[in-house]
Ligand binder design. Structure first.
Ligand code: PGA
Length: 249
């Protein structure tokens, strides 16, 4: 059985006040017994979030990391530093990083390897643009993004990876993929993984991301190949995020 994961990606949003509100809300919340929850606030809030969420089951994730352990890289943060703060997950290849910061497949792989090297669980984000979907290239694009990374990992490393399918046209647009659209691509990702190893494919946790909210989460999460969500906008509202967590039970 794959344990669902609901991950809240705050992007460059949030405040100390919001961190406290999450701490209070999750201290009182009754979460489904079999569910992982993680918050990915901006770096400056990680330590406060660790303290605010210490008595709750909510884990912490980082939105990115530098591939190197240390050095003359002004403004960057390494996996070891995140680990020291109690972080357990790290995103690699979010479409905003790919597009706005020009991270290509190789840069994504380097970050994912850096996460693995310090025992952070990597969440590999993949997804097609609207142009690629309209050109019927969704499957090729997504499987290339997955394959570039997976083919370069050792079997034991592949088992650590979580994959988030986030169609770029659905991120922050309010335009969610239909459950059928998401399921189709996510089944293709699992099938592709089965070409390496069936057991790996069966255990692989696949998250959907892109305008997931309290109203559409249950239907998306009921699809056989959707094991959780990577939630952006709706993770900034405590009640909405809690409602999404409840619907993953
Ligand atoms: P969204 O973002 O839920 O606001 O669409 C998802 C993401 O980018 O992870």
């Amino acid at each position: 059985m794959r344990v669902p994961l609901i991950a809240g990606n705050w992007k460059m949003n949030g405040s100390a006040e919001l961190v406290d509100a999450f701490g209070r809300a999750f201290a009182d919340a009754q979460l489904p017994a079999s569910l992982d929850v993680a918050l990915f606030p901006p770096f400056p809030y990680l330590d406060a979030a660790r303290r605010a969420l210490a008595e709750t089951p909510v884990k912490l994730g980082a939105q990115t990391l530098n591939p190197l352990a240390s050095g003359a890289h002004t403004g960057e943060v390494s996996g070891g530093m995140l680990k020291e703060l109690g972080v357990e997950y790290a995103l690699a290849g979010h479409s905003e990083r790919r597009q706005l910061y020009r991270e290509d497949d190789e840069a994504v792989l380097d970050r994912l390897l850096a996460a693995l090297s310090v025992s952070l669980t990597p969440v590999l984000c993949v997804g097609e643009t609207l142009e690629e979907r309209d050109a019927n290239r969704t499957r090729d694009v997504v499987l290339r993004q997955v394959g570039y990374v997976m083919a370069r990992l050792e079997p034991v490393q592949r088992r650590q990876v979580i994959i988030a399918y986030e169609p770029v046209w659905a991120i922050g647009t309010g335009r969610t993929a239909t459950p059928e659209q998401a399921q189709e691509v996510m089944a293709a990702i699992r099938e592709y993984q089965a070409s390496f190893d069936r057991e790996l494919a069966d255990g692989l946790r696949l998250l959907y991301g892109g305008s997931m909210n309290a109203s559409n989460a249950a239907e998306l999460l009921s699809q056989p190949d959707i094991d959780g969500g990577l939630v952006g906008g709706a993770s900034l509202k405590v009640d909405d995020f809690l409602a999404i967590c409840q619907s993953a039970g």
